[in-house]
Every structure is written in C-alpha cells, then in structure tokens.
Design a protein around this ligand. Structure first.
Ligand code: G3H
Ligand code: 13P
Ligand code: ZN
Length: 316
C-alpha cells in the first residue's frame, strides 16, 4: 500500500525512524520488499535522478507498482531523492510520488529558500510533501578545523527561519555525515546538539538524516579479501539511529550499505564460482542477502515490528 510520507512521519515521530532505501533495479526492489516484510516494517522507497535514468523512470515506476501487487501487506511511501527543480516538477506532475526532495543546499540561503518555496507551492497543490536541505554534508577531510566543520553544519536559527519561510514538510540537516563509504577519517563525529537545537526552536518538525550508511567493517573486510580495494572505508555507528529518532529524526537514508552487500555478494561469488555465467544464481543470493540486511537495519531504526500498528492507524 503506497501511503503519504506525511502519514508515515506522523506515526514515527519521536519513537522510531523510517529506513529510506534507494532502488535501481528489480533485484534491489525484491530484496527491499522482502526485508521490510520479514521485519514487519513500514518504509520509504526512494529514487534518485541517477536511478530514474539508469534504465528508465517508467521502468522503475512499473517495478514499484508490481512490487505493491506482489507484496500487498507492504506499507511504504515513494520519494524522489536529491531532486533538482525540474525533476521535482516531473515527479509531482506524474502523480506517482508521495514526496519529493528539493536539494538546493549548495545555493546561498536566500536562493535555497526561493527555489524550495516554488517547489512547495507546486507540490502542495497536488498533495505531495517536500523535503528540503540546509547545510552541507561533508566529505572525508582529515585536517578540517573545528570552525570549518561547524560552518558546514545546519545552523539551527537559520533552519527555523527556513522552515517558516518555505513551508517545507521535513528538513535534511547536516550534522556531520556524508554520502558514500568514506565518511570519517579520524576524529569527526555526529553533532546531535544541532538536532536538539532545531527541535527546541521548531518542536514536532520531522528531520531527515542523509549519508547514514554504517559501512560495516565485516562487509569491507570480505570485499577486500575478495579482490576489492575499499581500504579505510568507515560509516555511521548504527547504534545512533534510535537516539536520533527519539530526537525527531523520522527518516534515515541508507544506500551505500546496499551497494556494499551487492559488491560483497558478487565478488565472493565470482571468486568461488569462476565457471558460472548465469546471472540468476547470484541474483538470488543478492536478493536474500539484501533482504537480511534491510531487516537488520529496521531493527536498529526501531521501525521493525511497526507494520501492523501503522496499517491499522492508516486504515481508520
Ligand atoms: O545520496 C545519493 C544516493 O546514495 C543515491 O545515489 O545518485 O548515485 O543514485 P545516486
Ligand atoms: P549513504 O551514502 O550513507 O548510504 O547515504 C544515502 C543518502 O543519503 C541518500 O540520499
Ligand atoms: Zn542523500
């Protein structure tokens, strides 16, 4: 059942976070739905611009519609991840998306507000909610000074003004995470005080964490042992998911970890079965492993076991 992101946030706020997982192909989609049902979790399925053009946006939509029929118990929202203005309008007008993210965080504050406001107006007219972003997600930089790091984080006062002036429905804030498998090189960490300060200024407002993959060391070791070269990869401690959720983070984005599962499965399989050239045996293993991974993340996010209560609340 495709529901609105807003409905899911209302159920989750302050208690748990929804896993927001990216999809690109059929195997990932099957693993995602299976893992969420195995762990009885509602979830957010998200699609990036790159995913929309990898095969075709219509192919992705058709896969999601099919999954919705194959897994009638699933409760999820469909979200555009890191959209620009044009892609947001395309998704809003398609009538298929529950929510869009307008990512104008690289623009100056006033320009970010102007762009986000335009998207919010078009989205709300069609019942679609909008995630916006303020602040900059960092990359790995060993010698960044404390002041430089702080300057990239979301400023709570600005966040409150941004939310008020744009009318956005949720806000992705920069608290020290970054995209990809190399998030920290040393002393950097997460700045929960930023979330707390925003919540004090705008109580009850749903926040979003990007760049939240945990980059499990065991996964990295297995990939490297099977010929990979991901030395020094490091992610977010997944034990931080639930404390973040309790502070008002409703959506936690996890994509890189799924790519790592894919990489480990494929590297090990081809190392161990050099004679195989059928893609289905390996595809089956990936779907199973990805489902297991999704279920394990939902346990840490606190969304596992919530499916029935959410379904009951949304069918009232
Ligand atoms: O933050 C971006 C997501 O991991 C999606 O990545 O744009 O390569 O599809 P992508
Ligand atoms: P990761 O690269 O940490 O998985 O972050 C994904 C993300 O933020 C998608 O928008
Ligand atoms: Zn992101």
């Amino acid at each position: 059942m495709i529901v609105t992101t807003k409905q899911l946030f209302e159920q989750a706020y302050g208690k748990y976070a929804l896993g927001a997982y990216n999809i690109n192909n059929a195997e990932q989609t099957m693993g995602l739905f299976r893992g969420n049902l195995q762990s009885r979790a509602p979830f957010i399925l998200q699609i990036s611009k790159g995913a929309r053009s990898y095969t075709n946006k219509l192919m992705l939509e058709a896969m999601i519609r099919a999954a919705n029929e194959i897994f009638p118990e699933a409760v999820f929202a469909v979200h555009l991840d890191h959209g620009d203005e044009e892609t947001c309008y395309d998704c809003i007008d398609s009538g298929f998306y529950s929510s869009v993210m307008i990512d104008a965080s690289h623009e100056p504050f006033e320009e970010n507000i102007a762009i986000t406001k335009r998207v919010v107006e078009r989205a709300h007219a069609k019942g679609v909610s909008v995630e916006a972003e303020l602040g900059q997600l960092g990359g790995v930089e060993e010698d960044i000074s404390v002041d430089e790091e702080k300057a990239r984080l979301t400023d709570p006062e600005q966040a409150a003004e941004f939310i008020e002036r744009t009318g956005c429905d949720s806000l992705a804030c920069a608290i020290g995470t970054s995209h990809g498998a190399f998030k920290f090189s040393g002393k950097q960490g997460l700045h929960f005080e930023v979330i707390e300060a925003i919540q004090k200024l705008v109580p009850g407002f749903p926040l979003v964490l990007h760049g939240s993959s945990s980059v499990p060391q065991e996964e990295i070791d297995r990939i490297n042992a099977a010929g990979g070269a991901l030395k020094g990869a490091k992610g977010v401690d997944p034990a931080q998911y639930l404390p973040a959720a309790r502070l008002g983070v409703c959506k936690i984005n996890i994509d890189t970890d799924g790519r790592l599962v894919w990489t480990r499965v494929h590297r090990e399989f081809f190392r161990d079965h050099p004679e195989v050239y059928d893609f289905r045996p390996i595809g089956k293993i990936f779907m199973e492993e990805y489902a297991k991974f999704i279920a394990s993340r939902n346990e840490l996010l606190g969304s596992a076991g919530r499916l029935d209560e959410v379904r009951a609340a949304l069918s009232k």
